[in-house]
Structures are given as C-alpha cells and as structure tokens.
Design a protein around this ligand. Structure first.
Ligand SMILES: NC(=O)c1ccc[n+]([C@@H]2O[C@H](COP(=O)([O-])OP(=O)(O)OC[C@H]3O[C@@H](n4cnc5c(N)ncnc54)[C@H](OP(=O)(O)O)[C@@H]3O)[C@@H](O)[C@H]2O)c1
Length: 225
C-alpha cells in the first residue's frame, strides 16, 4: 500500500521549473500561492528531493494562519509531515525545513548514509527512515510512509525526484502552474528530468482533469492514467 501521491509544480511556458542557475524564481503569483497553500493544508505529508533543499531551502510550512489553525482544530499538526528524499543525508541541520515551523520532519535516506550525519539530523529533530541500499527506494519509502499514517502526499519537486516517481508509476495526479515566460536553457531543470522515456510507448500518459486561468498564466490538473 502507498499514499495517494500528487506532484505540484510551477513551470515556465517552455517547461522549466527554474532557470539554469537552479535557484528558485517567481513563476506564478499571489492567487497561485494561495492555491498551493490550500493544497499543503489538505495533505498528510509534503516531499522534496535534496536537490531542492540545497537550491531553494524551502520550509514547506503552511503559510496562512487561518489554515494552520484549522488543521489544529481538526486535531492535526499545524504543518504536514515534511519529508526530504536524501540518500546520503546531506540535508543541512540549519535547513529551513528543520528550523522553521512545528510538526514532524522525516529524512528518507539509503543504507549508504554516514552514521554521523544521521546522528546530527536526529539531534536536529528529524526522524530517519532508511529505504534502499545506495539511493532511496521510493516504492518502499512510500510503503513506509503509508505505515506511518500518510494517506495523501504532495510532491514539490524537483525535476529528478518527479521523474523517478513518474517513471516508477508512483504518481496519481500532476498539478502544474504554467507561467507567462520562457526561461530556456538546456540545463535548466524541467518538470521531469532524469533519463526520460525513449518514445511515446513508454511515456507516462495523462488525462486532462481541469484547466483554469490564474494570475498571468494557468493551472492544469492531470490525472495519471
Ligand atoms: N518550480 C517548481 O515547482 C520547483 C519545485 C521544486 C524545485 N524546483 C527546482 O528544481 C531544482 C532542483 O531539482 P533537482 O532535480 O536538482 O533536485 P530534486 O529532484 O529536488 O532532488 C534530486 C535528488 O534527490 C535524491 N534522491 C534520492 N533518491 C532518489 C530517487 N530514488 N530518485 C530521484 N532522486 C533521488 C538524489 O540525490 P542523492 O542521491 O544525494 O540522494 C537526487 O539528486 C531547483 O532548481 C529548484 O529550484 C522547482
């Protein structure tokens, strides 16, 4: 068993989720921030790859005080469980994900993560889950998260983590905000990086659920077939 998994991302009109500098850039706007905050409010856990932690240092907290309070009223933590996929336990102990906001943090590591780093992360308040020998085994990690009570999981990138989940058939839906700019750059991260499929036969097929104009772009919701 695994949680219901959806990817949420913002990309430029040419499919880039950041510029070649790999630093976070504003692709959407205020209305979209609120949409994303509401998505965070509604999930049990939110996951990113270590590449995103090192590039953007996101806190992944719910931003609206009202939504945080609503979660508390429902008997939940004010933030969903925040999860980093990090084979070698490279998450800095001063990362915002560990420093900011209340609630549980889980670092998914592989059996190759050095013990001293794991000790430091535990001291910083993280729970460690080992899945896989050299790289995090995502299918087994999702099974573990299900066992922890996670039923709805939001994935907030980046491109390599998205690819691994999509190519392994571990994603149920993809929500994308498409912004009104072209970023270009052959090394700029895209919605799904990794090796890619060789052709249409293996491609991950999607079914269009909704399309809505928002800020200066639009949001598209796909269900994975
Ligand atoms: N616009 C958006 O919506 C959005 C959202 C998030 C991020 N971003 C952008 O995306 C970029 C970061 O993306 P990224 O691709 O470099 O990093 P990423 O997808 O966040 O993290 C990738 C890393 O996760 C680790 N990992 C562990 N097990 C894995 C597995 N089974 N499959 C895949 N990865 C695994 C790997 O490092 P180890 O082997 O060391 O564990 C891998 O290099 C940044 O530029 C950021 O700004 C944009």
């Amino acid at each position: 068993m695994r949680p219901y998994v959806f990817i949420n991302a913002a990309m430029s009109a040419d499919g880039k989720i950041s510029a070649y500098t790999r630093k976070q850039i504003p692709i959407s706007g205020e209305q979209d921030f609120q949409r994303v905050d509401r998505l965070k409010y509604g999930v049990d856990a939110i996951m990113v790859g270590i590449g995103t932690v090192l590039s953007d240092d996101p806190s992944l907290t719910v931003k609206s005080e009202e939504l945080m309070k609503e979660r508390l009223d429902l008997g939940k933590d004010e933030n969903p469980i925040r999860i980093v996929v990090d084979s070698l336990a490279r998450t800095p102990i001063y990362a915002d994900i560990l420093m900011k906001g209340a609630g549980r943090r889980v670092i998914l590591v592989s059996g190759s993560a050095p013990g001293a780093r794991l000790d430091r992360l535990r001291e910083a308040g993280a729970e460690i889950v080992v899945a896989g020998e050299h790289q995090v085994d995502l299918a087994s990690a999702l099974g573990h998260l299900y066992g922890m009570g996670v039923r709805r999981l939001m994935v907030e990138g980046g491109g390599r983590l998205n690819w691994s989940l999509l190519s392994q058939g571990l994603v149920d839906a993809v929500y994308v905000y498409v912004g009104n700019m072209i970023l270009g750059g052959e090394s700029s991260p895209t919605l799904a990086d990794g090796t890619g499929f060789s052709g249409i036969d293996g491609a991950c097929q999607l079914e269009l659920i909704s399309l809505k104009q928002m800020d200066k772009g639009f949001v598209v919701e796909w269900q994975v077939k």
